[in-house]
Design a protein around this ligand. Structure first.
Ligand code: T4K
Length: 370
C-alpha cells in the first residue's frame, strides 16, 4: 500500500511568499470585504482574462446560481439536467422553482437539446443547462429554443473556466453564466464564484442582489442576500490569474496522456473534445462499458485498494435524490442515457502537479483490470 493517498484533485496554490504582500496590504488597510480594492481589481482582471462583458464576483458558485435565478426573476418550472452536482438543482429549490429533468447526450454528457421542446409547459420560464466537465452545450440550438419560447437561458458554467469555442469564451453564451472557484476547480479562490452577464444594468441588479439589495446607505431595492466575495478571496484570485495558463496547460498534457494511453483499452471510453473547443482539463471522465472485465464499481474499489480516490461524478443522478425523485420527469425511464452514464462513469485524478509515477500507476490499474 503506498504511503501517500492520491485524490481526484490537488488544488493549485501559488507560491506562498507571493501571497504575503497581498495579505500585508489587507492587514494594513483593514478593508476586508464589501467591494474593497482587491475585489475591484480582480473583477476587472477576470473580465479581461475571460474576454467577457461583465463579471460579478461571489463568495461561492452556489450563491451565484441562486442569485442568477433571482436576477432574472425565474419562477415556475425550469428545464435542467439530472447529470450534475447537487448545487445546480438545489439552487432551483431554494428559489421555489420546480426542476424539469431532460436526458443528456452521451457524447458530451450535457442536456440533450433536441429533447427540450417536448419538456416545455406553460409554466416553463427558463433553461438551466450545465457545461458538464467544461464540455460546451449545444449553445446555438439552446438559444434558438429559448428565443422561440421566450425563455431565459442560464448556464451553470461551474466547470467551464477558460473554455473557448472557436476562440470565443463559452461564458458569453446565454443570458447569464455562473462560475465556481471552489478549491477543487481549475481556478480556485478557496471558495468563490461569479456571474457573467452582457449588460451593465443587469450587472447592477446582480450587484445589488449579492449585497442585501443595498443601492446606497439608506436605499434597499430588492430582498438581496449576502453573496459577496471577501478581499482575501479576491487577492488570491488576482494572484492565481498569473498562474492559470500554466496550470491549464499542465492539465491538458495530463488529459492527452490519459487519452493516448487508454485509447486502446477495450471497454474504456473517454469523452471526446469537440472540434474548435479549447478545454481546460478540469476533469477526466471515462465510461466503463460492458466489454470491460470488471464493473465500474469494482474498478473504483481497485483504485481505493491502491489508495487512489477516484470519484464517480455524477453518481447518483440528482433525479434519484430523495428531494427530487417524486417529480414525474425524474423517472429513470425518462432519463435512460443519464442513468446509464451515471452507472459507468469514473473521473480519474487530474491536477497540474500530479507525479508522473502516479499518473502511470493510474493508467496501469485501468489497463491491467481489463
Ligand atoms: N454547479 C456545478 C456543476 C458544480 O460542479 C458545482 C460544484 C457547483 C455548481 C457549485 O459551486 P460551489 O458552490 O462549490 O462553488 C466538490 C466541490 O465541493 C464542488 O465545488 C464541486 N462542484 C463538486 C463537483 O465537487 P465534493 O463534495 O465531491 O468535494 P470533496 O470535498 O469530496 O473533494 C474532492 C477531492 O478533492 C477530495 O477527495 C480531496 C480533494 N480536495 C478537496 C478539497 C475541498 C483537496 O485536496 N483539497 C480541498 O480543499 O464536491
Amino acid at each position: 500500500m503506498p504511503d501517500k493517498p492520491t485524490f481526484l484533485t490537488r488544488p493549485y496554490l501559488p507560491p506562498l511568499d507571493e501571497f504575503l504582500p497581498y495579505l500585508a496590504e489587507i492587514w494594513e488597510s483593514r478593508r476586508l470585504t464589501n467591494g474593497g480594492p482587491f475585489h475591484q481589481q480582480f473583477e476587472e482582471a477576470l473580465r479581461q482574462y475571460l474576454g467577457v462583458p461583465h463579471v460579478s464576483l461571489f463568495t461561492n458558485g452556489t450563491l451565484a446560481l441562486i442569485t442568477a435565478l433571482q436576477t432574472l426573476r425565474i419562477t415556475g418550472e425550469v428545464i435542467t439536467t439530472p447529470y450534475t452536482f447537487a448545487a445546480t438543482t438545489h439552487a432551483l429549490l431554494w428559489n421555489g422553482i420546480k426542476p424539469v429533468f431532460v436526458d443528456i447526450r452521451r457524447d458530451t454528457c450535457n442536456l440533450d437539446e433536441e429533447l427540450v421542446e417536448a419538456a416545455l409547459s406553460p409554466r416553463t420560464t427558463a433553461i438551466l443547462p450545465v457545461h458538464c466537465y467544461g464540455n460546451p452545450c449545444a449553445a446555438d440550438r439552446l438559444q434558438q429554443i429559448a428565443d422561440t419560447y421566450a425563455l431565459k437561458l442560464i448556464y451553470d458554467a461551474a466547470h467551464a473556466f477558460g473554455v473557448t469555442v472557436d476562440g470565443r469564451s463559452l461564458l458569453e453564451q446565454g443570458d447569464l453564466a455562473v462560475l465556481s472557484f471552489h478549491a477543487t476547480k481549475v481556478f480556485n479562490t478557496f471558495e468563490g464564484g461569479a456571474i457573467v452577464c452582457h449588460d451593465a444594468k443587469l450587472k447592477q441588479r446582480i450587484d445589488y442582489l449579492k449585497n442585501f439589495g443595498f443601492a446606497d446607505e439608506v436605499t434597499v431595492v430588492a430582498p438581496g442576500i449576502n453573496g459577496k466575495m471577501s478581499e482575501f478571496q479576491a487577492a488570491l484570485g488576482l494572484l492565481q490569474l498569473k498562474y492559470i495558463d500554466a496550470a491549464i496547460a499542465a492539465r491538458l498534457d495530463i488529459a492527452r496522456r490519459y487519452r493516448e494511453a487508454l485509447a486502446e483499452v477495450p471497454g474504456v471510453e473517454s469523452i471526446p473534445v469537440a472540434e474548435g473547443v479549447k478545454s481546460n482539463g478540469g476533469y477526466f471522465p471515462v465510461l466503463i462499458g460492458p466489454e470491460y472485465a470488471i464493473s465500474r464499481d469494482q474498478l473504483y474499489d481497485e483504485f481505493r485498494r491502491n489508495s487512489i480516490f477516484v470519484r464517480r461524478y455524477f453518481y447518483p443522478l440528482i433525479s434519484d435524490l430523495p428531494m427530487y425523485r417524486g417529480i414525474a420527469s425524474a423517472a429513470p425511464a425518462n432519463l435512460p442515457v443519464a442513468t446509464q452514464i451515471a452507472r459507468q462513469v469514473l473521473c480519474l485524478p487530474i491536477y497540474p502537479d500530479i507525479e508522473s509515477a502516479t499518473l502511470e500507476q493510474i493508467i496501469e490499474i485501468v489497463s491491467k483490470s481489463r
